[in-house]
Structures are given as structure tokens and as C-alpha cells.
Ligand binder design. Structure first.
Ligand code: PEP
Ligand code: MG
Length: 324
């Protein structure tokens, strides 16, 4: 690691003018979290739990999951931990789900859309998180939500699980419920969703893919897939205006959070948190410490009226030489 970043490991993430932007970690397991905390992660913003379902013969049982989530919550001490429930399907295949091949897997049967069919597995995961939350409160995040009914359904499942656990005298802890904003339709009903969730996290990878109609993994359309597209920045700005209006905590956990060039735009958006791989956390905290939030807000206003990705990129370049 560059020497320059070292002092930032143990420093609180904030801008030059003292605005807090929590810098959390994206993790795939406990080891990953340990490393990320060693790099100064202030929270876990995204635990991609599908990784514990992949590359094995059957789903992890309740005990195994309780063990993983408890270890993680203990390790996190007082840092907040967002556990995303399994995001299986599309680019994350799991053989024992025996999902049929689809013509458009990214638009098909994945993530929350599988939960009604695989209700037992979803309930096991919720039970495991509730039990582990006896250590300290945990946050549960649902992937690929596209409408209010899905949120109401999830809340119902969680309430039923809690009711059963109470009847059986099983101890469980407090959880907060959040959803990923990664399907454009969800971004346009924040007023309706806000009453039923405790937090949002923008998944810029899928949100950009669905919003720009460009496959995130297809090189042939990579020129169209960019989180710097002015219309995508307008969408993010609109989302933040709405989540601010309804006072719901909002983070961002896709690739965009890993890009130091995009950081001034994220500050301009007024996010509560960004979540990224542990290894780059000190560099992002360092960059953040040079940014003034009022400059970043002006920059965002300029970026949303640009007419191409290239013009946003040149704007960011000029900003870099002006302000850092
Ligand atoms: C995203 O879509 O931005 C995201 C963080 O989720 P994943 O990359 O795991 O689909
Ligand atoms: Mg996603």
C-alpha cells in the first residue's frame, strides 16, 4: 500500500469540510471482513451471502449460517453489518437450485424472485440471521426488489418466523430490514417503499445495467454501460432527493464506489455510506479528505447536464486538477 494512505486506516472517513461518509466493506465471508476491518472498514455494507451457497452440493444449514453470521457480528463489534440475503441466479449460478436455462437470465428468475419457491431456504437464512443478531443488531438486505409487494411479502415471512420463534421460546435479536435499489422500477416508488424499510443501498452495477439496457458483462456494449452516463447520474440524484425527503438512510455498494474519480459525485449525492472492497478503503478515505462537499454538489449539478459520458469524464479530470 502507498505510504500516503497508511494514516487513513484508523481515521474516520470524512470530507475536508467535515461531512461524514461512512466507508464500509463488501465481503464474501468472515476472513474477508477481518481483512477489511484491518484496512479501516467502518462497517460491512454488503455481505454477498450467495457466496456461501456456491460451489457446494447443498445449501449451508442453519447451524453453519448462525456460526458464520455470529462470528462476523462479534468481529464487527459495534460496526454495523449489512447481510444481503442470497442473490442466486443470473451471473451467480448454484447447481442444486436446479434452475432452468433462460433466454434472459438477468431479466429472469433470480434473487428475491426465487424466495417463494425456495421458501425453506429463505426462512433458514432469516432464522440464522435472527439468532446471530443476539450478538448485536444486524441489518438484512434484500436483492433485486422491483415492487412494493415483494417487500410486504418479505416482511410477512420475517414476522411469521419471529412469531414462531417466540412461541418456541427461541432467542433472537433485533434486525433492520433494507433493500437494494438496483432495479429502476424500485427507484421510482421510494415514497411507497420508505414506509416499510429501514434503509436502502444502491447497487450501481445492476442499476446501471437495467437502466441503460446494457449487460454489465458484455464487452460489446461496454461503451454504453457506464455509471458516469449523465442520465444515470440524474437517476441517482433523483433517488437521493427522494430518500432524503423520506429520511431513509441510503448507501451505495456497486463498482461505482470503488472509483476514486467518481468519488466527488458520490459526495455530491449526499450518500450516508459507500461500500467497497477492503483493500482500497484507505485510498478512498484519503481522497475523501481532500474533497469539499459544496464543490462536489456543484460538480454533480454540472455533471447531470453534460451530454455524454466523455464530457462527464473531462469534467471530473478538470475537477481533479482544480481541487486535489
Ligand atoms: C450491484 O448490483 O451493484 C451489487 C452490489 O450487487 P452484485 O454486484 O452482487 O449484483
Ligand atoms: Mg446486484
Amino acid at each position: 500500500m502507498n505510504e500516503r494512505y497508511h494514516p487513513f486506516i484508523n481515521r474516520q472517513a470524512k470530507t475536508l469540510d467535515g461531512i461524514r461518509l461512512e466507508v464500509g466493506a463488501n465481503i464474501v465471508g468472515v476472513e474477508d471482513a477481518e481483512q477489511a476491518f484491518g484496512q479501516g472498514a467502518e462497517s460491512v455494507g454488503l455481505f454477498r451471502t450467495e457466496m456461501i451457497y456456491m460451489q457446494r452440493e447443498q445449501a449451508p444449514d442453519e447451524n453453519e449460517q448462525v456460526c458464520t453470521y455470529s462470528k462476523l457480528l462479534r468481529l464487527a463489534e459495534n460496526r454495523s453489518v449489512i447481510i444481503r440475503t442470497m442473490d442466486v441466479g443470473a451471473d451467480k449460478p448454484v447447481d442444486y437450485f436446479e434452475l432452468e436455462d433462460e433466454d434472459n437470465p438477468f431479466l429472469g428468475y433470480r434473487a428475491i424472485r426465487l424466495y417463494p419457491e425456495f421458501l425453506d431456504l429463505f426462512r433458514i437464512q432469516i432464522r440464522a440471521i435472527l439468532i446471530a443478531a443476539c450478538e448485536q443488531p444486524a441489518s438484512v438486505m434484500i436483492p433485486m426488489v422491483s415492487c412494493l409487494d415483494e417487500v410486504l411479502w418479505v416482511r410477512d415471512v420475517i414476522h411469521n418466523v419471529q412469531k414462531e420463534m417466540t412461541q418456541n421460546n427461541e432467542a433472537f435479536g433485533t434486525i433492520r430490514l433494507g433493500i437494494m435499489l438496483e432495479v429502476p422500477s424500485a427507484c421510482l416508488i421510494i415514497d411507497q417503499l420508505a414506509d416499510y424499510v429501514d434503509f436502502f443501498s444502491i447497487g450501481s452495477n445492476d442499476l446501471a445495467q437495467y437502466f441503460l439496457a446494457a449487460d454489465r458483462d458484455n464487452e460489446k456494449v461496454s461503451n454504453l454501460y457506464s455509471y458516469l452516463h449523465p442520465s444515470f447520474l440524474r437517476l441517482l440524484k433523483m433517488v437521493m432527493n427522494e430518500t432524503r425527503r423520506y429520511q431513509v438512510w441510503t448507501g451505495l455498494c456497486g463498482e461505482m464506489a470503488t472509483d476514486p474519480e467518481a468519488l466527488p459525485l458520490l459526495v455530491g449525492l449526499g450518500l450516508d455510506e459507500i461500500s467497497l472492497p477492503g483493500t482500497i478503503i484507505p485510498a478512498i478515505k484519503e481522497k475523501l479528505s481532500h474533497l469539499a462537499s459544496s464543490d462536489c454538489r456543484k460538480l454533480l449539478d454540472q455533471a447531470v447536464v453534460c451530454n455524454s459520458v466523455q464530457s462527464v469524464q473531462s469534467l471530473l479530470k478538470t475537477f481533479r486538477s482544480d481541487f486535489t
